[in-house]
Design a protein around this ligand. Structure first.
Ligand code: UT7
Length: 325
């Protein structure tokens, strides 16, 4: 029996021009290239220029994904932007992107699940495409995390970067087997008991300010590997696939040690792991589509490949998806 699946038509990304190296950071706060590389795997990150907005980065990634898919923006009827760093409190940054693309139909909205935002966005769009209300969607992750960092706090400012990535998805009829193209399964979790371990100390209804990112890094780290492997095992159970069946593992890029730890625990071979954390740092909701874009462009991810995505972040939130390209 045929089923509707959300099939990936194209991917794209954008990185701001300015590259901030570990050596430059070491000149500003008490850190070193050696500490950052050893503890995180990060060597550099990109930083948005003054006046460069989340909307600008998301728009550039969206245009690149539309070009890659070879489709016209007018055929898009749904835009979901995952971000924790919107241009304004409202309206949603997604509507700015929608307007800049010249789209005056369909729906556009922002979704906030911090570093898990892209997986939450994919799952949301998948549901909306499969129920038939929409035909073609852009799922974008775009972040200007440099604007919410405390640049005097070495425990956080070395970890994050700016950027954007996007996927174009289309509702397509597929045979209804696990060999189908498209999103095969997605699993989302959150547990607000951990909300004070990774948060921003400002907000509209509390302080009336934007605030700065605060994190108990070690606590997040401890939770991450167990949570990630748990939700991925749910994805395996739902499809009958195992770690051996995966062609590419594209995790949220927070820390090389978390990525390697999760891959090892799950039995995913190191050569199947797509890692961009060294070049991009942690770009929160943008990290997965940025990494996908790199691996599609360099020819690793190809049509028919089985791709495993996962993320974990503030809330805590976490999730995983299995997608056949
Ligand atoms: O995307 C959302 C999810 N976020 C994450 O996944 C981040 C998860 N956490 C992490 O990646 C790691 O916990 C960190 C990279 C943030 C920290 O690594 P760690 O191995 O957990 O180090 P730590 O926090 O236990 O700190 C070890 C030491 C401390 O010094 P003392 O107390 O041992 O003297 C820190 O003060 O390293 C110190 N330290 C630094 N030293 C140099 C912390 N940050 C720095 C720094 N440079 N930038």
């Amino acid at each position: 029996m045929s089923v509707t699946r959300s099939v990936v038509l194209g991917s794209g990304s954008y990185l701001p021009k300015r590259v901030l190296t570990n050596a430059e950071l070491a000149a500003q706060v008490a850190t070193s290239d050696e500490w950052i590389v050893q503890r995180t795997g990060i060597r550099q990150r990109h930083i948005a220029a003054d006046g460069e907005l989340t909307m600008d980065m998301g728009l550039a990634a969206a245009k690149a994904a539309l070009d890659h898919a070879g489709i016209d923006a007018q055929s898009i009827d749904l835009i979901v932007l995952a971000t924790s760093t919107p241009d304004n409190t409202f309206p949603a940054t997604a509507v700015s992107i929608q307007a800049a693309l010249g789209i005056h139909h369909g729906a556009a909205f922002d979704l906030q699940a911090v570093c898990s935002g892209f997986v939450f966005g994919l799952a949301t769009v998948d549901g909306m495409l499969r129920t038939g209300g929409f035909k073609r969607a852009l799922v974008i992750g775009a972040e200007a995390f440099s604007r919410i960092l405390d640049w005097n706090d070495r425990t956080t400012c070395v970890l994050f970067g700016d950027g954007a990535g996007a996927l174009v998805l289309e509702a397509q009829q597929q045979p209804g087997t696990r060999e189908d193209r498209g999103i095969l399964t997605s699993h989302l979790r959150s547990d607000g008991r951990h909300k004070s371990k990774l948060y921003v100390d400002g907000g509209v209804s509390s302080t009336g300010t934007v605030g700065h990112l605060r994190m108990e890094g070690r606590e997040v780290f401890k939770f991450a590997v167990a949570a990630i492997t748990d939700v991925i095992e749910d994805a395996f159970r739902a499809t009958g696939y195992t770690a051996q069946d995966i062609d590419w593992f594209v995790p949220h890029q927070a820390n090389k040690r978390i990525i390697d730890g999760a891959a090892h625990k799950l039995g995913i071979a190191p050569e199947k792991v797509v890692s961009t954390v060294d070049l991009h740092g942690n770009t929160s909701a943008a990290s997965i589509p940025l990494a996908i874009s790199v691996a599609v462009q360099d020819g690793r991810i190809k049509r028919g490949d089985l791709v495993l995505l996962e993320a974990m972040g503030g809330g805590f939130t976490w999730g995983a998806a299995l997608v056949r390209w």
